[in-house]
Every structure is written in structure tokens, then in C-alpha cells.
Design a protein around this ligand. Structure first.
Ligand code: ADP
Ligand code: MG
Length: 489
């Protein structure tokens, strides 16, 4: 791909982007959120047409007008958001794409089975997609494009949604594909994966290629980080304040998924960050659901600023000063189809409806959004732009702009920087730090130990829905935390 440029609604997304992929390699494509990686690869896959530039496949000029046309020359892309019909089985989904290759569900199932055996990706074609795990759905998407004859495979942040074990299985798989002669583009944020799995590396920044096809052996991890962010990564400072009154107290809290009758105890004070470390799936989701009001605890109590909140509605909890940044910003926080201004005003609208003042001043909503966009440096944003058009890091900033408001007393931040690049992560962490310095109490739930250690004053470990141990951050040792995380302490 040569000198590719592309603008959306007059906003440039790509300018002079270049990319060269060779047969038999895994080529990592990295860059911060919004750098243009997905857009560039969507152009190769026939989803968007570039405004300018040239593409060639095997030396022949190529300008696909549709994904089907790209597929005909062997290009297949697995998107970040899967495109499967949930209520259909795996085979039914495949049938939708296979054209003349399969006329019946049974034929599609046979093809899938054979391909799955062939490439070593286990999948049961008769299962319904809604019953599959994320990793299994991803396998279906990969098998689909391989069945269409993809020899140039593009994977858009495939490991962002996977656990560590699933990720390494997928990376092994991509290596095997490359060794069998295919060309694989791996879009990723994770420098470890780049270093371990790729042959060559291309870095994009602000729609431009800033490093083109560098052999992995010739670049250092630290250099890649700098190329991505384009400047030194700011160091996050732990907020410095003296803790004040207790803001959140959980006593013998019992919720689904705990394996004992004990219950979880925890106290959080104003001006402190309590880091809750843990391997995913140890009750973090259920705990957040109990705190937000989405789920009722089985027993025990939730005390928010001195009030027992067990049965309070999410809105009442908000009025008490509770704010939540959920792990999945679109499932639990933002609404994709709404504009940035609407998403920022959403909680306010909810409160106003309650008091029967249905009309909000439109100009004020816009002013608030404009202010948030500049204060949080939300790139690619305008108040009336649909939120789903933002990159992950910028969408997260919209959520922060809404939640970190004046009324906040307690912040529950669940994996606030998951899936974000280095720079956006630093921004999020800094915003949380500032809020705590201004007196908020923060419960930081994260699987990222670096994040926990950087921000927290105290560190607790959650295991099977219980607090397995707690220490001041300065007393945390790798042995201590490792033992508790694995449940062997
Ligand atoms: P990356 O994949 O590197 O995170 P993207 O390619 O998704 O980045 O986005 C590059 C820029 O283009 C961003 O500013 C994004 O908001 C914008 N963009 C991407 N897709 C669209 C679209 N369909 N409509 C409008 N803007 C878009
Ligand atoms: Mg992307």
C-alpha cells in the first residue's frame, strides 16, 4: 500500500500511510488508538475506498470495491468487533458467507470441520454462537475467512479480547499460518506480542507510517514504545494526600460466584486508592455489579458515605457520589449510537427526568461537551459526533469526562486502561490520580499489576470473590502477591 490517504467527514484519518506485507511473515502493525491501523487495513479488505494512493497484490494494481472483491485476491480480515449472528449456529453463520462453496448447513458444517482439522482450530459447527466464548467466536471468524480462501490474513487487535492463555494459543496459530506460507498482519497494542511473534514491524502515528517494515531483530522494545507515542511516556505519580473519612465500607458482602460463605470485607477512605488486584474471573464483575446496583448482594452490607445502599437504585447511589467506570465501556457506560454530547449529559438527563424537568438546555449540553472535549483532549470528537466513531482511548475519555464530575465521592474504576495504548493509559491514570488528590476515594480493580502498583496506596488481592490479603503498597512483594493471586498463600 503506497501513499494512502483517507478522510472521514473532512477529518483526515490517513495521510501518506504505507504498508508492505510479504508472504510467510507475521507483520505487526502497531500505533496508539486512532492512529489509523484499522482504517488502513479496512481499505485493503475492501471496506473503504482510499481518497488517494495505490495498492498492489503480487505486483498487480488492486483497488477493491467490496470485501468480496478483496476476498477474490485472497485478502481476509477478522474485525475487532465480530460479525456473527448470535442466534445462528456456527455452520449457519458460515453458510451466509460461503456462496457457492456450500448450499446447505450440512455442507457448511463439513467444510468447517475439515478446515478446523486442517489448521488445528477446534470448533463444533453445530453450536449456537450465543453459547460460544469470545475466543471460540474468534476462531469461527478466522475459519470463515480461511474457508473463503484467504492467503493474506488481517487480524485486528485479536488478543485485546482474549485471556493470556488464549492469546498465546492464537499467536502460536498465526505463526503456524505464516510458516505455511500465508501473510499475516497482526494489529496489536501489546509490545510483548510484537516482540515474540512477529517477523517485521510497522508503526503508525496520526495516520502516517513512522516506521515501515523494520525486521524485529533490529528494533528494541523501548524504541517501539517511543515511536508509538512520539514522545516520552509520562510517569504516573501516586496521588499524595492524607486519607480522610471512610467513604465505602463493604461488610461480609456475599454475591454469586463466591466459593465460601464468608463474604468480602473492605474499607475505602477519601483521598486513597485501594488497588484490587486479581486474575480475571475471580468475582471482580460480580463485585462491580453489586456496587453499581445492577445486582443485589446475597448477604452483607454496602455502606456508601454512611448510608446502607444494598437496595438503593443506581440513580440514588449516584446521588450519594458513587461513580463507576466499567470494564466494558460500551456495555456498561456509553451508548454507541448516541452523540458525545448526549453521552456526557446522559446521567444528568436521567436525574432531570426524575424531577419532571424534561427539557435540558441544548446549548448548555453542547457547552459541557465542548468543554469536556478540550479538557480531556478527546481526539476526533465533536459534540454531535456519534460516540462509536471514536477510538477506544477517546471513548474512554468521554466516560471519564462524565464520571469524574464535581459530585464524585467514590470512584470504582474497573480496568480503566484495558485495551488502551501507553499514552491513553497514562492519561486515564493521571485523571484518576487528580480526582483522588481532590478528595475522591478510588477502588481500582485491575488485572494490570503495573497499574495497581503505580496508583494505589493499599493493595488487596481478590481471589474467588474474597479478599485474600491486603498490604500497604510499599510492603507489597512479588512473592506475597504471586501467592495470593494464585490462591496458594
Ligand atoms: P486505530 O485502529 O489505529 O485505533 P482507526 O483507524 O480506527 O484507528 O481510526 C483512525 C481515525 O479515523 C480516528 O480518528 C477515528 O475516529 C476515525 N474513523 C475511523 N473510522 C471512521 C468512520 N467510519 N467514520 C468516521 N471516522 C472514522
Ligand atoms: Mg483499530
Amino acid at each position: 500500500m503506497f501513499n494512502i490517504s483517507k478522510a472521514f467527514d473532512g477529518k483526515p484519518a490517513l495521510g501518506d500511510a504505507r504498508f508492505t506485507l510479504s508472504w510467510g511473515e507475521v507483520h505487526a502493525l502497531v500505533g496508539e488508538n486512532g492512529a489509523g491501523k484499522s482504517t488502513l487495513m479496512n481499505i485493503a479488505a475492501g471496506i473503504y475506498a482510499p481518497d488517494a494512493g495505490e495498492q498492489r497484490v503480487n505486483g498487480e494494481a488492486f483497488a477493491p470495491k467490496s470485501p468480496a472483491e478483496a476476498s477474490r485476491v485472497g485478502i481476509g480480515m477478522v474485525h475487532q468487533h465480530f460479525r456473527l449472528v448470535e442466534s445462528f449456529t456456527v455452520a449457519e453463520n458460515a453458510l451466509l458467507n460461503l456462496g457457492s462453496q456450500a448450499r446447505t448447513v450440512r455442507q457448511a458444517a463439513d467444510l468447517l470441520r475439515r478446515k478446523a482439522d486442517d489448521v488445528g482450530l477446534a470448533i463444533d459447527p453445530m453450536r449456537r454462537v450465543s453459547e460460544l466464548s469470545i475466543a471460540e467466536r474468534q476462531r469461527v471468524e478466522i475459519l470463515k475467512v480461511l474457508l473463503l480462501g484467504a492467503r493474506i490474513l488481517i487480524l485486528d487487535e485479536p488478543t485485546a479480547v482474549l485471556t493470556e492463555t488464549e492469546s498465546s494459543a492464537l499467536l502460536d496459530f498465526t505463526r503456524r499460518l505464516a510458516e505455511s506460507g500465508l501473510a499475516v498482519t497482526l494489529i496489536t497494542h501489546k509490545l510483548k506480542e510484537v516482540a515474540e511473534c512477529s517477523d517485521r514491524l510497522t508503526v503508525m502515528r496520526h495516520g502516517r507510517t513512522v516506521l515501515a517494515s523494520a525486521p524485529m531483530a533490529e528494533v528494541k522494545e523501548a524504541e517501539i514504545g517511543l515511536l508509538i507515542v512520539g514522545e516520552t511516556v509520562p510517569q504516573v505519580q501516586r496521588p499524595k494526600v492524607d486519607p480522610g473519612e471512610t467513604r465505602l465500607a463493604l461488610t461480609s458482602l456475599r454475591f454469586s460466584g463466591q466459593k465460601t460463605q464468608q463474604g468480602l470485607d473492605l474499607k475505602l477512605r477519601a483521598g486513597e486508592v485501594l488497588g484490587l488486584a486479581g486474575v480475571g474471573g475471580n468475582g471482580q464483575e460480580e463485585l462491580v455489579a453489586c456496587l453499581s446496583g445492577a445486582q443485589s448482594p446475597i448477604a452483607g452490607s454496602i455502606d456508601i458515605t454512611g448510608e446502607i445502599a444494598n437496595t438503593l437504585s443506581p440513580r440514588r447511589r449516584r446521588a450519594l457520589g458513587l461513580r463507576i467506570i466499567p470494564a466494558d465501556r460500551f456495555a456498561g457506560g456509553l451508548i454507541r449510537e448516541m452523540t458525545i454530547a448526549e453521552n456526557i449529559a446522559m446521567t444528568e438527563i436521567a436525574q432531570q427526568t426524575q424531577s419532571h424537568r424534561l427539557l435540558l438546555d441544548r446549548r448548555r449540553i453542547y457547552a459541557r461537551a465542548t468543554d469536556a472535549i478540550s479538557r480531556f483532549d478527546i481526539r476526533g470528537a465533536a459534540p454531535d459526533r456519534r460516540t462509536e466513531l471514536l477510538s477506544g482511548g477517546n471513548a474512554q475519555k468521554v466516560l471519564l469526562a462524565r464520571e469524574l464530575d464535581l459530585g464524585m465521592k467514590i470512584l470504582i474504576a474497573h480496568s480503566p486502561s484495558r485495551g488502551l495504548d501507553v499514552k491513553a493509559s497514562a492519561f486515564v491514570r493521571e485523571a484518576i490520580g487528580k480526582a483522588v488528590e481532590q478528595g475522591a476515594a478510588c477502588l481500582l480493580i485491575s488485572e494490570d499489576l503495573q497499574e495497581i502498583l503505580a496508583l494505589s496506596h493499599r493493595v488487596a488481592v481478590i481471589n474467588n470473590g474474597l479478599i485474600a490479603g491486603e498490604r500497604a503498597v510499599d510492603d507489597v512483594t512479588p512473592d506475597w502477591i504471586g501467592g495470593l493471586l494464585s490462591g496458594h498463600a
